[in-house]
Structure formats: structure tokens, C-alpha cells
Write a protein that binds this ligand. Sequence first.
Ligand code: NG6
Ligand code: CA
Length: 516
Amino acid sequence: MNMNRRDFLKKTALASAALCALPITGCEQNSPKKPNIIVILADDLGYGDVSCYGATEINTPNLDKLADNGIRFTQGYCTSATCTPSRYGLLTGQYPWKNKRAHILPGDAPLIMKPGMTTIPSMLKKGGYSTGVVGKWHLGMGNGNVNWNKTVSPGANDVGFEYSYLLAATQDRVPTVILENQKVVGLTADDPIEVSYKKNFQGEPTGRDNPELLKLHPSHGHDMSVHNGISRIGYQRGGKSALWVDENLADVFTNKAKKYINDHKDDPFFLYFALHQPHVPRTPHARFVGRSGMGPRGDAIIEADWCVGEIVKELKKLKLDKNTLIVFSSDNGPVVDDGYKDQAVEKLGKHTPAGPLRGGKYSLFDAGTRVPFIVSWPGTIKPDTSDALVCQIDLLASFAKLTGQTVTEGADDSKDLLEVLTGKSTKGRQQLILEARGYTCMRTTDWYFIPPHGGARINKQVNIELGNLPKNQLYNINNDIGQLINLAKDHPQIVNELEAQYKKVMGQFYKPFMKK
Ligand code: NG6
Ligand code: CA
């Protein structure tokens, strides 16, 4: 019989777990089965968007419960203030600014990860895990010249995931279809799908020319191909039977995630469940509409909270909850109007998506990258709140430690923080580089240092301060969480020290003054 290395590892892992369950001398007592690992990543969810992080105007009971039973990190970060680079950092354990293609990608962009490179799933696969991804991808697919009617390769399945069920880029970008193991689901041969980011297909309506077709109108951008009454970024034609129904995406993805868990309940598995909420277009299912009183953005957050609750419920049902570590976080900070007239601004009321933090999505200020960050593992992790500095980039090395592996090459920026993530230590990172639209800055345990940058200070379309100034900025982040007082002039010595550290970490990527 042919048994590949993974099957072999999986079988030996299971066999040894089974053996250790028996009272045989020589086996460590209670030697646990390898825990399942689930990373649930929201899209554009802010630090202040959930009730366990202080939101008073919105209720997220499932996330609150997860935090109550786990560790709620108050200084948990993603690596970047936008999606593609942030997800790249999470999955590869490498700073995204080291990859010049790690910027917001169009829906037809090629895969920006090298097939076979070290990633969380490829590392866990080596450790005998089954690996799957469900939800939003946005790391490119194919080789740049994609025929969406064939297998789109390379893709998620070439960078460690044995199973993938994905929206290619974002909900507001074409193609508006789902790919299962790199093949569009539901296509029929008589109606192929075509995608272009250069020009429209002749005779096809657009949001710009045919506003009468729209149920959701753009506020900026998003005026190209129309599908389901919503105009998107990019053009597409055909593939009618495969086009998704936006309002059903939460159910479709959550059911797939649950199915993945069921299918792999006897394996150790890794599931990356990448939620599409509350990114635009915000299209909560009818049963969530009106629930927040805040319009679609708030309703989409409540829907995302429901998705998390469904996963936890499924784990309990299968009695896997005590053997599953869940990390919940967000890919970048919040934005209110991100391109559609969905009443997010008008109905915001007293809600503050960034909580006490300055900036938001796209920003070098703290709200760009400081996000909700919860780790739960019932029975193993003691519920707590931790102020340790942690980052999604550290999950790779920490999961490697958890599964008894040493990190193989590439993931050099990932630090093993397993002790911190499981509450045994409060000693997190000493320093972290953060990125926003190609600009970088540095967070240390005490300081937030933004070197001089050119470029716009505010993104007027979304009304968010970007954090760029042509001079040094230094904030005492623990005393001044809102980054209101620039102390650079008062502490030139600290600026010098931080600048030297920043230069050292940036290495060849350091630029004295970034302009764009
Ligand atoms: C921007 C889009 C925004 C969003 C973002 C990506 C416009 C005007 N704005 O370019 O709506 O799609 O890209 O968001 O097109 S992210 O969370 O995936 O990074
Ligand atoms: Ca995002």
C-alpha cells in the first residue's frame, strides 16, 4: 500500500495518542492528542467593534463568551492595516513589507506566495495535521493569466492547504464566485465566466452607467460590473449559475467550515476560517438585518459573531471543544464608509469602531493594526486578560512549538509566543514593525514610533488619518492610547534609539524618508 508521508505521520500520531491513552508504562501520563487549531479572522473588524473590547452600542455575545473562556489580548496586532499584506504575514510568519507584491490585490492577481514555502498550514501538515481554509483569500490565485473555467493554479492548495473553499479576493471585487480546491463551484459549460480588470465586456452593464440596476450604490469606486444589485471593482461576464448570493455567504461559509470540522473530527486539523464581514459590501442575511440598529455594518458584525458561535457550538457537539485551540482576530482595523452608501456613517451613533485608538484601516496609527485578539482552549488555558504585545505573525512559530516542530526556513519574523498565547507568561514581543500601504513604523512595549514619511495625511474618501508626517512621531502608547501627544521633540535620545532599532529590523528594506 502506498502511504504518503503525511498519512504516515498522521497515523503514527494517532496511534501513539491511542497508545498513550492506555495504561502502558513508558508512555507519559495524559499525553494529549494534538489539539486542533482554528484561526477565525474577521475582515475590517475594529478594536472597538466588539463588546468584550468595550463596545457598548453593539452586542457580540459569542465573542464575549470566547474571551470569557480564553485570553483576551489588549495589545494584539496584525502586521498590516490592509488585507493582503496582513494575511500574508499571518500565514507565512514573514513581514509582508519584505514581499513587494503584498499590497491590496485585484481579483485576478497571481498568487503572491511561492508554492511549497513555509506557511502555517504547510508546517502543520508536516506535523500530521489535516489543513483547510474557508472564506476570503485575497492572496492571489493563478499565474496572472487565469482561465476561471479551469483549475486555477497555483493557489491555496499549493501553499499548504489540503482543502480550500474560497472567495478569490474580496466581496467587492470580481470574480463573484467561490472556488473549491481552485475550481469555480457551480459553473456550467455553456456559460463560461470571464474576468477583466482593464475593460468592460461589450454590452455588459456597469454601476456607473446603469444605476437603476443597483440596490446598493457606490460612494466611491465600486462602479464596475453589477451582480446581485451591487456594482463591484472589476469587470466580469457570464458564469451566471456560479455567481454567489451575497446575503447567503455567511451561511455558505459557516456550513462549509462546520462540514470541514465534521469531516476531520478524528484527525488533528487546522482550519483557517476567514470571515468576509464586516468588509464592504455589507450584506447580512435577512435574519440579521436591523439587529444592530446601526445599519448593515453593525448587522454584519452581529452576523460575524453568529458565525463564531456556530463554530464553537459545533466543536462542543462533537466533543472537540476541549481539544481545540481557537484564535480569533481581524485582518486590519475598521473603516466606516469604504465605498458604498450603506448608511454606516449616518447610523454609527455613539459607536466607536476603533475604540480609544487613533486612525483605522489604511492607517499607520494604532487602530490600523491593533485588533481584537482572543485565544481560547477550554480546559487548558486559564481565562484571563493579557497586556502582552503579540502579533498574528507569531502564530506560525507558536503553533510549531505547540506541535513539537522547529520552524523551517523562511518564517524568520515569527516568534514563538506559545507561553504567552496560552497564558503561562506575560512576556510578549519587545518590538514589532507595522505596515500600512507600504509605509512602516515600530511599536515597542512602551513606545509607538513613526519615522518621517511623505504622502497623504488623510484618506479623504474614507475619512481616516493615515499617520504620515514628514517628521518623527513618538507616542507613549501606554499613557497616551489615543496617540495625541507627539513626544519626539521632548525625547530625542529615545527617538535615536528607536530609529536605530527600526533601521536594524528593516535591514535592506529601510528607506530614510518614504514618499509616494
Ligand atoms: C480599496 C477599496 C476598498 C476595499 C479595499 C481592500 C476602493 C475605492 N476602495 O481599494 O473598498 O476593497 O481596497 O480592503 O476601491 S481589504 O480589507 O481587502 O484590504
Ligand atoms: Ca480587511
